[in-house]
Ligand binder design. Structure first.
Ligand SMILES: [Zn+2]
Length: 340
């Protein structure tokens, strides 16, 4: 289980990144009419509604975040083990602090805990409202520089929070991971290289091999960064991600020749001569997924060690397509940062 201690420094293999602006554009275009009607029709929380309904005052914000399990609803005092009280205070930007001033015997103690302790908001210079706004724009697919501009943030802050959001996707996908396929199901697999782009005058940036699979007839998928494309490496991931008995469709890459021996039904498409095999199998869905992924990876400034989180973001947006991503994101935050 991932708990608070893992936050913001997790390294898992599932991962990636993308901004599906087009999709969001489509969703937004459905909405018409007044605020109220719009909200009722689509169920999507608009930025206006966020400001008016949830960020109107600090009290509103904190009550809402408690309800959504993004802030703790109670805290236990480390000294006397009884429940602490939430006290209004003016010397913290949060406006509230947990406090205990009980007397044990003759001695009165006084302890305080930040309302952010153990939460998504912990250890940040941003106000809680700013974090929420960042999270909102991030989930809507705005790019880092745009959010930075919208909220007037420093560069480092924007970079950090962009990464925290991607890492949250990474943890969420890891916790919810499920094998693909099974008897009667078809999974397409393929390898691809990302990051191999020519910048100035033919300077080639070192690429990263990724290996992925996607289930036909569903949104179940995986993408992992791999060091190479050898049989040993790819087979390990096939077994980790795909149920035995699955029909696996791949190209004719030699690493796949023994899949039949490991309990899979293996079909190939020979891409040098065909897009669809004579039996009707193809890997078009996985290839489309690669195209989407590449379009959505940031073109500069990405570091190799961050690929997995970019991949995670890409998959997170893919599997949640059509949903209100802000609401999904908050639910994922609440699940990862368990406060009780
Ligand atoms: Zn106490």
């Amino acid at each position: 289980m991932y708990s608070v201690t893992h936050k913001r420094k997790i390294g898992i293999q599932v991962g990636c990144a993308a901004v599906e602006r087009k999709e969001i554009g489509v969703q937004c275009s459905h909405s018409i009419g007044s605020y109220g009607r719009r909200n009722n029709e689509t169920g999507f929380l608009t930025y206006d509604e966020l400001l008016r309904n949830h960020l109107w005052t600090k009290d509103y914000t904190i009550e809402w975040l408690k309800k959504e399990k993004l802030l703790a609803t109670n805290r236990i005092c480390d000294i006397c083990c009884s429940e602490m009280k939430l006290r209004e205070c003016s010397d913290r930007s949060d406006g509230y602090v947990w406090e205990c001033r009980r007397q044990i015997g003759r001695k009165r103690h006084r302890t305080e805990k930040s309302i952010r302790e153990g939460s998504w908001f912990e250890q940040s210079n941003l106000s809680i409202e700013e974090v929420i706004k960042f999270t909102y724009w991030w989930s809507q697919g705005l790019e880092q520089w745009q959010i930075k501009q919208q909220l007037g943030l420093g560069s480092h802050t924007a970079v950090d929070w962009d990464m925290f959001c991607r890492e949250l996707c990474e943890v969420t996908l890891f916790e919810n991971r499920e094998k693909l396929g099974g008897p009667g199901k078809v999974v397409q697999i393929d390898e691809s290289k990302i990051g191999k782009r020519k910048y100035h005058r033919g300077h080639v940036v070192e690429g990263q091999w990724v290996f992925g699979g996607i289930e036909e007839e569903s949104r179940k998928c995986f993408i992992v960064c791999v060091e190479d494309r050898t049989e040993g490496t790819l087979l390990k991931h096939v077994q980790e991600w795909i149920e035995p008995g699955t029909t696996i469709v791949s190209d004719c890459w030699k690493a796949y020749v023994n899949l039949d021996k490991y309990g899979y039904i293996h079909k190939t498409v020979n891409h040098s001569v065909e897009f669809v095999s004579p039996e009707g199998y193809d890997t078009n869905k996985q290839e489309g997924h690669w195209r989407q992924m590449k379009v959505n990876l940031p073109t500069h400034g990405r570091k190799k060690e961050h690929y997995s989180s970019y991949l995670a973001e890409f998959i997170w947006r893919y599997v949640n397509r059509g949903k209100d991503l802000f609401i999904v994101f908050l639910k994922d935050v609440a699940r990862v940062y368990k406060l009780e």
